[in-house]
Design a protein around this ligand. Structure first.
Ligand code: NAI
Length: 331
């Protein structure tokens, strides 16, 4: 089967080619999928897409006219896909619902440790022959209270890591996980989580209901100097409110792997351009803010799992074997 792979980076090409083992004809395109680039899928039965590819009704119509029958998302989320238009065009959709919760949970811990022990600042000091410790004072994680919002695959993995470090872990999730409770996690109401946590970490999906879950009101209920970590989705956190919190020192530390307006920034090298996003630019001025560009998923194990499931989805479609496929069901 001929497959156009959009938004493909060298690492995508390496992992997908290895998982493919020559079975399908994979044609890699660096460009993102949109109405202009959709022509590249001519003669292809399938396209393979990532988080910033456009899959609105206009693009789906062009793909369908060119004979595309399958869209294989190589990620879990599919909020940018017009599901009704895909169904109307007779296009099948698949995704990778799970790859490595450890990748994201461990990156979350990396952000916490980096902020707490000021590793970003310590690294540069040593390179400047400056071994002074002033300003690098951290705190023991042991005994601190960590609030986890969303205890699905990633949140549960993260909660167990923090229990292992001797933290008290409290959580908020509309569907509590009994095994986690047995392991020592206490489920509490959101207000209790805000007021009791030394560290708060977001691991729930972004929905219309929880947009700006962390806002000015929530910040007021938190412990002064709280550490906030967001590896979930940018829209869960009101960035401007958190900047005000950083300025007043209500927020003591901020670690982000996702950002509300990340689609204009992340995954690309903009180092020769001027940064146009003033809110993001302000975040970069704080010594107690660490940002990574949506890289929490980026481990060898996660990329191998993404490639493996994507290839199963392609082969399952070719063989019309639904047991191999992870279908995105129509609404
Ligand atoms: P999951 O579906 O296994 O778990 C999500 C959990 O959140 C569920 O237990 C659900 O009940 C809970 N939940 C839903 N709405 C909630 C709310 N308003 N408040 C509290 N809990 C709520 O999902 P998984 O695999 O654990 O992923 C979680 C999120 O992590 C994803 O939705 C995605 O946004 C983000 N993610 C980030 C990545 C990165 O590279 N930074 C990579 C993969 C996922």
């Amino acid at each position: 089967m001929k497959v156009a792979v959009f938004s493909s980076k060298p690492y995508d090409k390496a992992f997908l080619t290895s998982a493919n083992q020559g079975r399908h004809e994979l044609v890699f395109h660096e460009t993102a999928l949109n109405t202009t680039s959709a022509i590249l899928a001519q003669d292809c039965t399938a396209v393979c897409c990532f988080v910033n590819d456009q899959l609105g009704a206009d693009v789906l119509e062009i793909l369908a006219k060119q004979g595309v029958k399958l869209i294989a998302m190589r990620c879990a989320g599919y909020n940018q896909v017009d599901l009704n238009a895909a169904r109307a065009q007779g296009i099948t959709l698949t995704r990778v619902p799970e790859y490595s919760p450890h990748a994201i949970a461990e990156h979350t811990l990396a952000l916490i440790l980096m902020l707490n022990r000021q590793l970003h600042r310590a690294h540069y000091r040593v390179h400047e022959n400056d071994y002074s410790l002033d300003g690098l004072l951290g705190f023991d994680l042991f005994g601190k209270t960590v609030g986890v919002i969303g205890t699905g695959k990633i949140g549960a993995t993260f909660a167990r890591i923090m229990l292992g470090l001797g933290c008290r872990v409290i959580a908020y999730d509309p569907f509590p996980d009994e095994a986690l409770q047995t392991a020592g996690v206490d489920y509490v109401a959101l207000d209790a989580l805000w007021s009791q946590s030394d560290i708060i970490s977001l691991h729930c999906p972004l929905t219309p209901d929880n947009h700006h879950l962390i806002n000015a009101d929530a910040l007021l209920k938190m412990k002064p100097g709280v550490m906030l970590i967001n590896t979930g989705r940018g829209g869960l956190l009101d960035t401007k409110a958190v900047i005000a919190g950083l300025k007043s020192r209500q927020v003591g530390y901020l670690g982000l792997d996702v950002y509300e307006e990340e689609s204009d920034l992340f995954f690309e090298d903009h180092s020769s351009q001027l940064l146009q996003d003033d809110v993001f630019a302000r975040l970069l001025t704080f010594p107690n803010v660490v940002i990574t560009g949506h890289q929490a998923f980026f481990t060898r194990e996660a990329l191998a799992a993404i490639a493996d499931t994507t290839l199963k989805n392609l082969t399952g479609f070719e063989q019309q074997d639904r047991t191999l496929m992870h279908l995105i069901e129509s609404p």
